[in-house]
Structures are given as C-alpha cells and as structure tokens.
Design a protein around this ligand. Structure first.
Ligand code: HEM
Length: 323
C-alpha cells in the first residue's frame, strides 16, 4: 500500500519519525484545535440540516458521517471543502486492503493521485498562506526541515489517517446508541455526559471494530507486560478495550463508565496525532444529534448493515436512517 512512502508517518521510525511528527504537531496544538472547534460545530449543524432536508429513509453515511470528517480536514489543511468528495474517495481507496488477496495496485495508484492533488494545493497555498497545516508544511520545506516529497506525504497522509477512521467511529457510535436506548436517553437527559459517551464509543469500537483493525508487527522478539511476542507476530493495537483486568464488564456499553485510558488512539510515538480533533468531531455529533433528530433510528435491522471489511478501519457500506 503506502508503507515506506516519504512522509507517511506510520512507516517512519525513530529520529526521522520524530522530525516529521514535530512538523505537523502545531496543527494539532490546543490553540489550533480550539480555533477549529467552532467550525466543527458549524459543519455538523450544516450537515444535520442537509440530512433533515432529504426524503426518508436517507443514507446518513452519505449526508453526515462521510462528509463531516472530510470537511474538517479541509479546514485543518486550509483547502476548500468543495474538493472533499474527490479526496475522500481517494483516501478510502488507499485504505483498502482487498482482504490481502487481490493486487494492491488500485490503492497505490490512489496514493499517487492524492500526492499529485496535495502537491497542487501546496503550490496554490504559497499565494495564500494562513493559520493552517499546508502553510506549516511549506514553512518546514523552506527552512530545510522536510523535503518537498515528505511534506506532500505528510499532507496526503493526514487525509488518509483522519477520514475513514472518524467516519467509522460516528457510525459505530450511532449504532451503539440505537442498540442501547437507555444509554441514549441518559445522554439526551444530560448532555454533559457527551465527553464520557465519546470515550465509551472509542473504547467499545476501536478502529477496525468487527474486523482486525490496526495491527503492528514487531521486527524483533519483544516482551510486553510479561508476555513474549515473537518477531513478525500480528499485534492488535486496540485489543485491550475488552480486557476485564482493565475494564469492569468490558462487553457492556456504559456511557457513565469510570474512565480508564483506552487504546483507540494507540500509544507511544505513533499514537494518533489527531485524537483531540477526532474527539471534537464526535462531540459535535453526539452532543446534539438526538436533540435535532429525537426519533432518529435505523431504517433496516442492524444485522442488515454491511461492514466494509475491505477497509482497514471498518465502517459500513450504507447507514440508512429514519427520523
Ligand atoms: C475517531 C477517529 C480516529 C481514530 C479512532 C484514530 C486512530 C488512530 C490510531 C489507532 C493510530 C495509530 C496507528 C498505528 O499505531 O499504527 C492513529 C495514527 C494516526 N492518526 Fe488517527 N485516528 C482518528 C482520527 C484521526 C484524525 C482526525 C487525524 C488527523 C486529521 C488522524 C491522524 C493520524 C495520524 C497522522 C496518525 C499517524 C501517527 C504516527 O504514526 O505518528 N487521526 N490514529
């Protein structure tokens, strides 16, 4: 797929990874995330209205969960959100592993296309700099902190890492609320529970829920918490979510759970850099969607929802709803 491509943070290691990560870190600082907060709320509200204007049943994926993260990443980058359908399609394609069977050339082609797109946007950004990620990346190139190819990869990687992951999380979170009406009522009755509800959604449905999810393969034999892990073994990053030593009754969805750290955003140097932004997006949705659509429900039985197993991160083909 895109492993080894310059600027794809996940595949850089050690000092090189730290150098590249430092370049994008300011875009996720408290200050920038706070600046984005209002925009995220506005984007969610705008999409709620668009959804409300659709004939029922409507595909919530099409009208909310898919466009929302794409529009937020556009704001983070400082690119026009009109391009979102284009880059969101490509980022989905990049994340497609085709069950590790078929050729991965489609994924590689999409990555190259995304890089071409980002290169163009960075060129345009020279004429209109601002308080955004692309401007930071141009400055890093000018200061010799990154090559142009690395900067392009960092930008394209953000589209890939920040899109489908958030789409899936919105959909799994809604499904959880539909399946647990009492939890939903509690949230509606006390919207200040939204922070905890978001953490519980992340714990219960970490990336790739219903599938393998995010995996790592150690290069050498390692021992973690007393467990021998031979080199090359497949390690599921977020598997601790269901560890009864860590969470009481882990299989129960409980938005008032005593908060314990989970691994939905992973851990250590490669942990998710966009965690704060993702939380903001989830809060914008779960903090008001049931107020805006009090009778929101699935238009099909939950078993009829088709998981997107070809995507590393998960999510559904469609998410038909009534309200
Ligand atoms: C709810 C949504 C999200 C979830 C559950 C999530 C989860 C994760 C996880 C588990 C990793 C670690 C991957 C690994 O260990 O190999 C990761 C890495 C990463 N995420 Fe997220 N993510 C989300 C949203 C975002 C957003 C919104 C952005 C940016 C706009 C983002 C950018 C990244 C980047 C750049 C990395 C690579 C970090 C590195 O290797 O240093 N993510 N994410």
């Amino acid at each position: 797929m895109i492993v080894g491509s310059p600027g794809w943070l996940v595949s850089h290691e050690g000092g090189e990874h730290a150098r590249l990560r430092t370049i994008v870190a300011p875009a996720f600082s408290n200050r920038r995330v706070k600046l984005l907060a209002q925009q995220v709320e506005a984007i969610a509200a705008q999409l709620f209205e668009k959804l409300a204007a659709q004939p029922q049943p409507a595909d919530l994926r099409r009208h909310l969960s898919f466009p929302l993260p794409a529009m937020v990443i556009s704001a983070l980058m400082g690119v026009l959100s009109e391009d979102r359908a284009f880059f969101a399609r490509l980022s989905g394609e990049v994340m497609t592993h085709q069950h590790e069977s078929g050729p991965r050339s489609a994924s590689r082609r999409a990555w190259e296309e995304l890089r071409v797109y980002m290169r163009g946007k960075m060129r345009d950004k020279r004429q209109a700099p601002g308080d955004n990620l692309l401007t930071d990346l141009l400055a890093a190139v000018d200061q010799g902190k990154a090559t142009e190819e690395e900067a392009v990869g960092l930008a394209a990687g953000m589209l890939v890492a920040g899109h489908e992951s958030t789409v899936a999380q919105i959909e799994f979170g809604l499904l959880a609320m539909f399946r647990h009406p009492q939890q939903r009522e509690r949230l509606v009755g006390d919207p200040s529970l939204v922070d905890k509800a978001v953490e519980e959604i992340l714990r219960m449905y970490p990336p790739g829920a219903g599938w393998d999810g995010v995996v790592r393969y150690p290069r050498t034999d390692v021992i973690i918490a007393g467990v021998d892990i031979p080199a090359e073994s497949k390690v599921l990053v977020a598997a601790t979510s269901f560890d009864p030593r860590h969470f009481d009754d882990p299989e129960i969805f409980d938005i008032e759970r005593q908060e314990e750290p989970h691994l939905a955003f992973s851990y250590a140097p490669h942990s998710c850099i966009g965690g704060a932004l993702a939380r903001l997006e989830l809060k914008a949705v779960f903090g008001s969607i049931f107020q805006r659509f009090p009778a929101l429900r699935l238009a099909v039985a939950p078993e009829e929802l088709k998981l997107r197993k070809e995507i590393i991160i998960g999510g559904f083909e469609e998410f038909p709803v009534l309200w």
